[in-house]
Ligand binder design. Sequence first.
Ligand code: NAI
Length: 303
Amino acid sequence: MTVRLDGRVAIVTGAGAGLGREHALLLARLGAKVVVNDLGGGVDGTGNGNAAADKVVEEIKEAGGEAAANYDSVASAEGAERIVKTAQERFGGLHVLVNNAGILRDKSFAKMSMEDFNAVLQVHLLGTTYCTKAAWPVMLEQEYGRIVVTTSIAGTSGNFGQANYGTAKMGMLGLMNCLAIEGRRKNVLINAVSPGANTRMTVGLVAESIVEHMGPQQVSPAVAYLSSELCQDSGHIITAGAGGFGRIHFFETEGVQFNPSKQISADMFAEKYGQISDLKTATPTTPGPAGRLEDRLKLLRSS
Ligand code: NAI
């Protein structure tokens, strides 16, 4: 299997450093024309500058690829629109959007200010939403698009001191799940990567024993595949780090089915709680507003 991106135009947000830089370099090596977006600020989202994005654009060009810089913040709808416009004006279209830009404002929830909570949501959750919203009509219209969002184990499993970040990282999976349904008919597919890498964001957090294997370039192959035509899935969450790859999915247990024409008491629920929460019976969740309710009721009717 050969992953190629020839003729494709890709945006990578937050591509001036860390994971985004590696994603941009790899997408360009695989043939894509890349918009290298980066605000150029600190890990906490303060400050800005052009140097980070410019340097990656230079690296891509030196390697024989095509790239253009954009310095807008993903955290505003207007900024996101300008990022998409950069792709259209510089390279005549847009096929791939990698939502990667991010910041951290870690503190225990008890000590976290709402300002720090909102700032993290603004960049990760709304930034991803703004960029996706700006790219969406272009991709629907041309009936082709590949979108990647960058989630985290801090959202899917939780982490101390990252309530803001974990909330944002889970929120974008809700966006992804809905857009996977809405975009499918038009061949606009959206998937998530959940990375683990040694970058300025995780400096000092990765165990010494594994840090040498945690280069961000070990995550980018998953992003490149999800950005390519070869990828035909949508709504997948792929873990990537230190050469290991896997998939996260939501599961629902078989649970119990009471007779819904009679009032169910709290005691009835309490008695069955062990069975309701027993993961041994879990199978992948069903999309749609009612989930698995209809199947459960069918079983009840047939019993
Ligand atoms: P990083 O700090 O090296 O890179 C993030 C980049 O995003 C920076 O270059 C920064 O300037 C840029 N950025 C920040 N705010 C921006 C904004 N408003 N608009 C445009 N650009 C902005 O961090 P790293 O580790 O490369 O993180 C990349 C993504 O991966 C983030 O979304 C992060 O949450 C996620 N992630 C990283 C993990 C890791 O192990 N490094 C683990 C899980 C998720």
